[in-house]
Design a protein around this ligand. Structure first.
Ligand SMILES: [Zn+2]
Ligand SMILES: [Zn+2]
Length: 353
């Protein structure tokens, strides 16, 4: 029997009687990170990294939480479990599971570049690696974070010169915290939507040192936004809530912005291809670094990525899960409820340019 099975509740370790990122309520859940597609409501116990716990508390309320430090082993029915940095968002962890000399690693979501807040991705040697593939197509190749931050700062400063508000669309957990230090360097006041503000408050309370932001209140005078910065989640884009920032320019921070067709849609004035997921080279590099002899590929472009691995002589298979990238929320918003572009559309749009 495999150490981890793919069940209709989630990734299950029968020997240890626990699930990793289950999408249905279970007795024992181990959580890679606090994004809503990985951390779901209703389980009896949750094991996670101590930095993830306050975020789960914010999202899921009171529960039976057990927390660990990275690299601190926990045993369940003789199965050794440990968490290791995944570099995706604050607290995000890969889960290493070991029994009878068989080692499996579940990546959760991850990225290779050290962003300064999420912890540095650590490759873990294993027999079997379960990897995500959100950006598992060769068209996805990220610029260095420092370069993207410079682009964002230039854009903000230009907007300020034009007396326009810079409205940055960024996911409330992860991207919003990641871009803050760069935004703070402009010296301009930073306002945030309530969803971003709540995560920020939670992190400050748990001891994070993040630049100060102000919450956008219904009675905040409009002129305070002029030429300054507003951070908003994808769900706020295009809603009446945005009217108070007029005149404004909208910048979207997402890996999907690498595909120009997405960045050209209405409502988007600037696209910044900043992602909390590994790009194509990052995924390949991570897979190779584990030395795994078997790879399972989950959410994203799993069929393209697993096919490529097999062609490279790395045994791989795709697995259908209930995980979806939080970044897809951005594409959905941009498409105004239409389906996300098909893979072919995305590839075509990019190669046209
Ligand atoms: Zn995630
Ligand atoms: Zn995910």
């Amino acid at each position: 029997m495999a150490l981890i099975d793919f069940t209709d509740m989630g990734l299950y370790c029968a020997q240890g009687n626990f699930y990793i990122d289950p999408w249905k309520p279970v007795d024992n859940a181990i959580i890679t990170h606090a994004h809503s597609d990985h951390a779901r409501w209703g389980s009896k116990t949750y094991l996670c990294h101590h930095l993830t716990q306050p975020l789960l508390q914010l999202r899921l309320g009171n529960n039976d939480y057990e927390t660990v430090e990275w690299n601190e082993p926990v045993y369940k029915n003789g199965v050794k479990i440990s968490l290791h940095p995944a570099g995706h968002i604050i607290g995000s962890s890969q889960i290493r599971v070991e029994h009878n000399n068989d080692v499996w690693v579940v990546s959760g979501d991850y990225k290779m570049e050290d962003d300064g807040v999420s912890g540095k991705f650590e490759p873990i040697p294993c027999n079997t690696f379960i990897t995500e593939s959100t950006f598992g197509l060769p068209i996805y190749k990220w610029k260095k974070q420092a370069e993207i931050f410079n682009d964002i700062k230039k854009w903000v400063i230009q907007n300020n010169a034009d007396q326009k508000t810079s409205v940055l669309i960024a996911y409330s957990l992860g991207k919003a915290q990641r871009i803050l230090p760069a935004l703070a360097e402009t010296g301009l006041p930073i306002y945030a939507h309530g969803a971003v503000y709540n995560v920020h408050e939670t992190l400050i309370k748990s001891g994070w040192n993040l630049p100060a932001i102000k919450r956008v209140e219904p009675d905040t005078p409009k002129e305070l936004f002029k030429g300054n910065i507003v951070i908003a989640p994808p769900s706020a884009d295009g809603t009446p809530w945005m009217k108070k920032f007029y005149p404004y320019s909208v910048g979207v921070c997402s890996g999907w912005m690498q595909v120009r067709g997405n960045a050209r849609r209405k409502n988007v004035d600037a696209g910044f291809a900043l992602s909390d997921h590994a790009d194509w080279d990052g995924l390949l590099c991570a897979v190779k670094a584990t030395g795994a002899e078997k790879v399972f590929v989950t959410h994203g472009f799993q069929s393209a990525f697993s096919r490529y691995l097999n062609e490279q002589g790395i045994e791989a298979a795709e697995v259908i899960t209930d995980y979806g990238s939080e970044e897809e929320e951005i594409v959905k918003e941009l498409a105004n409820g239409e389906e996300k572009n098909s893979i072919d559309d995305q590839v075509l749009t990019t190669t046209e340019e």
